[in-house]
Design a protein around this ligand. Structure first.
Ligand SMILES: [Ca+2]
Ligand SMILES: [Ca+2]
Length: 208
């Protein structure tokens, strides 16, 4: 009988400890928030593109549970970005392509400031993802963050090579060639000229 009591106590301890697990508290995260300024972020599969923070594009994330209480101590690697257009980005290491700057603090807050190791192009913006749940997506129906993702890996196969160079050539220079927003890496935006080529060239032969 006493052994049964010990087992019951152990089961109770396990249940209580699991209720403290941050993963168990997130449901749809419609009360979570992610905000960022609008801009263009040059990304490279090698992870040596532009950093969000250095370009005024820091993503501010706040994670709360379904009664709007902050969730602290979500690990930095459990918070990342994804493109809004669906599966068009070639994210090196999947969710490991970018992480938060730190775990969530006591207010459930953290930031995403780093470089995004991805190929591909997504001009529809990004979403912050927390433990696999994209903030604002689905039933939440919030707009995407207005950060346009552009990589010299134009065909999104995790490497910048001659195939991408050929794609770049289809719109270089624009005008007179037809404009392709995905190739517009540098100011002046709206045209594809030498500054865009220079930024492309830096990442030639880079890969994950
Ligand atoms: Ca490529
Ligand atoms: Ca340009």
């Amino acid at each position: 009988m006493s052994r049964l009591l010990v087992l019951l106590l152990l089961a109770l301890i396990v249940l209580v400890s699991q209720s403290d697990d941050v993963g168990a508290e997130i449901f749809d995260c419609c009360d979570c928030t992610a905000t960022a300024a609008a801009g263009v972020l040059l990304c490279c599969p090698q992870g040596d593109g532009d950093a969000l923070a250095a370009n005024g594009l820091t993503v501010y994330v706040r994670v709360v549970d379904n009664v709007n209480a902050p969730i602290a101590n979500i690990p930095a690697y459990d918070i990342w970005l994804t493109g809004c257009a669906g599966d068009v980005l070639a994210m090196c290491g999947g969710s490991g392509a970018i992480a938060a700057s730190a775990p969530t603090n006591q207010n459930g807050e953290t930031t995403i400031v780093a470089k995004f190791a991805t190929g591909g192009c997504d001009n529809s913006g990004v979403r912050a993802v927390v433990q696999g749940i994209a903030i604002g997506a689905g039933i939440c129906a919030a707009p995407c963050l207005p950060i346009k993702i552009r990589s010299p890996d134009l065909n999104a196969n995790y490497v910048v090579n001659l195939v991408d160079f050929a794609v770049f050539g289809t719109a270089y220079t624009s005008p007179p060639k037809a404009y392709n927003e995905c190739l517009d890496f540098a100011a002046p935006f709206g045209t594809i000229t030498l500054p865009d080529f220079a930024r492309y060239g830096v990442h030639s032969n880079h890969s994950c």
